[in-house]
Write a new protein. Structure first.
Length: 159
């Protein structure tokens, strides 16, 4: 991917807009927590691309103030099941003794949330899960052990 045009937007540190060979649309290039992200603006119009880029900078500012987390397109596509897979890999690498127990508690969580996008799992979704498990006559302790698996997976998902 070779850059054919580059336009600075704003002051230093505000990122740039680029056009790459073979693509009509502009890409917004911004740095989030030390990592560079290239996000398609979806438009070949420079004025609209600048508006899109400024909107992303506003979202990044809100993230820095703790108002709303900044998410990249990759994070919006991330499925919860892949986070659970990463958690199992981590437990295996660290040789966590409770891996067997974690796997058994993970099964109903994976069955329920496995194909969900990670960003879709919110308070209401968890409440619905708890209600479902209680209807299945599971104890509060069992439900709590299952929900503990959401914590490390959510920590691994840090946009």
């Amino acid at each position: 991917m070779s850059v054919i045009e580059k336009v600075r937007v704003g002051k230093r540190g505000d990122g740039t807009l680029i056009r790459v060979d073979g693509q009509a649309n502009w890409f917004s290039v911004i740095s989030v927590r030390g990592r560079q992200h290239e996000i398609s603006t979806g438009t070949p119009d420079l004025k609209l691309a600048k508006r899109f880029h400024r909107q992303k900078l506003d979202e990044l500012a809100a993230d820095r103030q703790g108002l709303k987390p900044f998410t990249t397109p990759q994070h919006r596509q991330l499925q919860f099941g892949s986070l659970l897979d990463d958690l199992v890999s981590d437990y295996r690498v660290r040789r966590v003794k409770s891996l067997g127990s974690a796997l058994s508690h993970m099964k109903p969580v994976r069955d329920h949330f496995g194909d969900w996008r990670a960003l879709e799992i919110n308070f209401r979704a968890i409440e619905a899960y708890i209600t479902k498990r209680r209807e299945e006559k599971k104890s509060n302790a069992t439900i709590n052990r299952e929900l503990e698996l959401l914590r490390p997976s959510a920590a691994a998902f840090n946009p």
